[in-house]
Design a protein around this ligand. Structure first.
Ligand code: GAP
Length: 431
């Protein structure tokens, strides 16, 4: 079901997924805050990624490196130089600056003529310590990847890993994007889920193709529509400064196809440069073969915010039920923020309410649940549909006799009866 950008922004705000940042002060361009449901959606996505990339494999380990690192890291990685820059052109009439590849020939605001394009570096910089000079200059990381490269030897040694193996990390990244938007698609502060796969270049496995397949199928397993996903192989002039080859996983957003995740063949660009700039040996030594190897790298680099946005857009449904409009989010149960709603069918009968509260307490702590006794059951179902809760459990008079409840499925509205004693095992299989 297609939705337009205005619908997403409005739903995201009114249902507590995503709020414009600093809104009481008129907002702060390109920054957004995740509300009570948004933080759950985002955490579920991160947890599912970590489970897939780290827990399910014995050849990938995790890392959480600092956001602020030595500025030498960014010199070695090529980010302080021209490679990590956008071409900007200034409007001769209103003097606003625009990304040349986004604006074309005329100013999108006033239609004025754009001047000659100049390179503009995307690093966000700050000064640390009491003196603001070149020696205190520091950058906020523009990608989490470099934290992995500079820790490569420490991770390999401490976790006794041999090639091929991967290091995974989730964390914030910052870029001084010139034309942020739409919505959370391009921001100046965002979160990445990245994995660097280190392998011996003599190894003839097609790791690039392997990781492309793995990553595409993960999006399917978290419920994203496969017909809205495609690969976009990078042409030579699209490649980032570190990449030998690359392919994006793209999603069909309401404004058209756009990047969701990048899979990059980084070769030995990063480790070799860090070896050169730091003077440290970044090769890995194999005790059996007594050989040192400079690994090559395939990177999978996804955006947490983009994935959350895609999850929202993709799950949006609008249908007519008995002449009334029903709007709901058809999230995969693993991704849904609230997992189960507990609804007593009658609220002024103490024993039914007590039973319902007991069921709620037995599930609380395992999953995020909501207990709701306000309004008609139809209204309560609608409220849960609107936030994408996959299961509503109703407690009625019969429950007092048979210790069973009714589970109503969000998408089909089908209802099944289950003994209370089976709820935990039933729901454990769903999430
Ligand atoms: N380490 C490689 C790297 O950072 P990238 O293609 O520049 O590659 C990877 O970024 C992913 O990070 C993108 O596919 C996107 O999901 C996310 N991303 C990048 N810039 C972003 C921004 N300004 N706002 C939100 N997400 C962004």
């Amino acid at each position: 079901m297609d939705m337009n950008l205005e619908t997403i922004i409005s739903l995201a705000k009114h249902r507590g997924f995503i709020f414009p940042s600093s809104e009481i002060y008129g907002g702060f361009k390109s920054s957004y805050d995740y509300g009570p449901l948004g933080v759950e959606l985002k955490n579920n996505i991160k947890r599912l990624w970590w489970r897939e990339m780290v827990y399910k494999r014995d050849d990938v380990v995790g890392l959480d490196a600092a956001i602020m690192m030595s500025s030498k890291v960014w010199e070695a990685s090529g980010h302080t130089s021209a490679g990590f820059a956008d071409l900007l052109a200034e409007c001769k009439s209103c003097h606003k600056r625009w990304r040349k590849d986004h604006a074309g020939e005329a100013c999108p605001d006033c239609g004025g003529q754009l001047g000659e394009a100049k390179k503009f570096n995307l690093l966000v910089s700050t000064h640390l310590g009491p003196v603001e000079d070149d020696s205190s200059l520091a950058y906020l990381r523009p990608e989490t990847a470099q934290g992995i490269f500079v820790n490569f030897s420490s991770v390999a040694q401490s976790s006794r890993k041999k090639l091929p193996f991967g290091i995974a990390q989730i964390g914030k990244a910052f870029r001084n994007e010139i034309t942020p938007g739409p919505f959370t698609f391009r921001m100046r502060e965002f979160e990445q889920m990245e994995m660097q796969w280190f392998y011996d270049p003599k190894d003839d496995t097609e790791w690039f193709e392997y990781w492309k397949k793995q990553r595409m199928s993960w999006y399917e397993t978290i419920g994203i529509s496969i017909d809205k996903l495609k690969f976009h192989p990078h042409a030579k002039d699209e490649l980032a400064h570190y990449a030998k080859s690359a392919a994006d996983i793209e999603y069909e957003y309401p404004w058209g196809w756009g990047e969701l995740e990048g899979i990059h063949n980084r070769g030995d660009w990063d480790l070799s440069n860090h070896a050169k700039y730091s003077g440290q040996d970044m090769r890995i030594f194999d005790e059996e073969t007594k050989e040192s190897t400079m690994p090559h790298v395939i990177e999978t680099s996804g955006g947490v915010d983009r994935c959350s946005l895609v999850a929202l857009i993709d799950a949006y449904r609008k249908e007519e039920v008995k002449g009334e409009e029903r709007v709901f989010f058809s999230f995969n149960p693993k991704v849904a923020p609230v997992k189960i709603a507990i609804l007593p069918l009658v609220k002024n009968k103490e024993d039914v309410v007590a039973k319902a509260r007991g069921v709620a307490e037995s599930l609380r702590g395992r999953w995020l649940i909501q207990y709701d006794e306000a309004g008609t059951v139809g209204r309560r179902y609608r409220r849960q549909d609107e936030i994408g809760t996959p299961f509503c459990v109703t407690i009625d008079f019969d429950t007092l006799q048979d210790n069973a409840v009714t589970i109503r499925m969000r998408d089909t509205m089908e209802q099944i009866r289950k003994p209370i004693s089976e709820l935990i095992s039933y729901f454990s299989e769903q999430f």
